[in-house]
Design a protein around this ligand. Sequence first.
Ligand code: AMP
Length: 319
Amino acid sequence: MPTATTERRPAEAPRRLSTPEELRRWSERCRAAGLIVGLVPTMGALHAGHRSLVQRARADCDRVVVSIFVNPRQFGPGEDIDRYPRSLDDDVRFVTEERADAVFVPTVAAMYGESAATTVHVDASITGVLEGAHRPGHFDGVALVVAKLLIACRPHRAYFGQKDAQQCAVVRRLARDLDTGVEIAVCPVVRDDDGLAVSSRNAYLNGDDRRRALAIPVGLSAAAAAFASGEHHPAALCALVRRPMEEAGFAVDYVAAVDADSLAAVDVAGPGCQILVAGRMGATRLIDVIRLGIDRPPLDAAGSHGAQVPGVIGIQGRE
Ligand code: AMP
């Protein structure tokens, strides 16, 4: 992997790109000039989690493009895409302040046109479990849009958040299987001061539900502490996460201890094994993850979460 070569430019409005063709031409010009291109795919409503990805990309790359696209293909029939928060003006300001070089904001028609007869399906062992079991077809939509973004942009690196741990496994797999040559960089979960993972969906939580939602970082912290004390039994660790969630009123979709790549349930939880969790607080669905033996507990004993050091926690594709 070549390294970034140029001084950053001062903050100025990022180049606005609206079609895959414009994205391709912008990226080709960058590559032709010998510049390292980083891509940060998002669905907008940008927050501190997205910021960590953009900042990481800026540190690694000469040119950074942030895509903002609420991808209809990854929303199921029962999921209200119209309810998804949208704040394009704020997002463009955010991207400008973070000094990204370009922002890709296509319409649905520009992305899919009339003739989107192609699907991208990563094996059901990875896409049919956990999130995939609760959101049928979700990862086909994710795989399609990510494949299209990687093909149009051909970045040297693309940045994703560990918070969507299963999405990371899907994207790593498709980037590898399709010989994209794109490095997939995974950045740590960014949390609010109280330990709750930052998410666009947190905006839906009222004050009381927001407090109840802390059962997730509380449970993940309990599992991390138990693991550190020698508890390696997946069911016991998962119970420590599930119990406070249920007590807080979550409808728990799953709590599972899995291998980070295959997403297969583990018999014995070892270092790097991940506990993935999803639950509904009222109408709001939240997901979170902890990597046992690696991540600091979301809450420490004093009740404040350990600050995550921004950085890349794993890169696939490095030569
Ligand atoms: P989204 O806009 O929700 O599709 O997210 C875009 C990217 O930001 C995905 O790769 C997410 O995993 C990542 N992301 C979202 N929330 C966080 C967070 N709290 N910490 C780190 N990355 C995040």
